[in-house]
Ligand binder design. Structure first.
Ligand code: ZN
Length: 84
């Protein structure tokens, strides 16, 4: 068994995922929030991650993680609304 450090809260845990069990729930909630935000504002274009962070209330660090998760459909969705 290999210990991993949670990318979100920094705690150590054993799993295949990059974030711990508690943070998976938080990630899912934020991703749903992001999807809703883009549903409500389909034409929004943020010119930086920081701007998007301010608009959505989701930290830049977490937005960055979601973008880098190529297995997730949120990556494309966020990139479609980023105009950097
Ligand atoms: Zn965590």
């Amino acid at each position: 068994m290999e210990f991993k450090k949670c990318e979100r809260c920094g705690c150590f845990f054993v799993s295949q995922d990059n974030v711990c069990y508690n943070c998976i729930t938080k990630d899912r909630a934020e991703i749903n929030m992001l999807k809703n935000y883009f549903d409500i504002n389909p034409n929004i274009e943020a010119n930086s991650l920081n701007a998007l962070s301010i608009q959505t209330g989701i930290s830049e660090k977490n937005l960055n993680r979601y973008i880098q998760d190529k297995n997730s459909d949120i990556s494309d969705l966020v990139n479609n609304h980023l105009n950097m």
